[in-house]
Design a protein around this ligand. Sequence first.
Ligand code: FES
Length: 155
Amino acid sequence: MTTTEDMTTSLRTILEKYETSRDNLIPLLQDIQEHLNYLAPEAVAMVAEHLDLSENDVYGVATFYAQFRFHPPGRHRIKICQGTACHVRGGGMVLDAISRKIGIVPGETTPDGNISLERVACFGSCALPPVMVVDDTVYGRMTPRKSEKLIEDLK
Ligand code: FES
């Protein structure tokens, strides 16, 4: 995705696959996010127009779901599991430690665009709690200290 024009063209291609029914809102947003990695303001505006909704309606629904992002993800994506198995083994402490270290809360990206932080419900690796995923690599049995060391190299 290099220019706004490219973005608009690919968004049009995605929109054409969906009939103008409000029922298509979530699948459409998921499709766009898969393509762009986030929901750009231009995308929200085009979805609203396509489905004959207001942009506020689209934001209202999209912000209800944790899966949608409204800013481009960082070069590195850190996801920390807060599902039950991970939570009882200290997933919250790992999340707090990382959050403090890089100075952002889940859902944000560092101002230099290097790291984005996400809270996830379950990765399906519940035998290794607490679990943290850095880009596509899964790390189990994390501690605050181990998780901090892991991301030092990402800077
Ligand atoms: S609860 Fe964390 S991987 Fe399942």
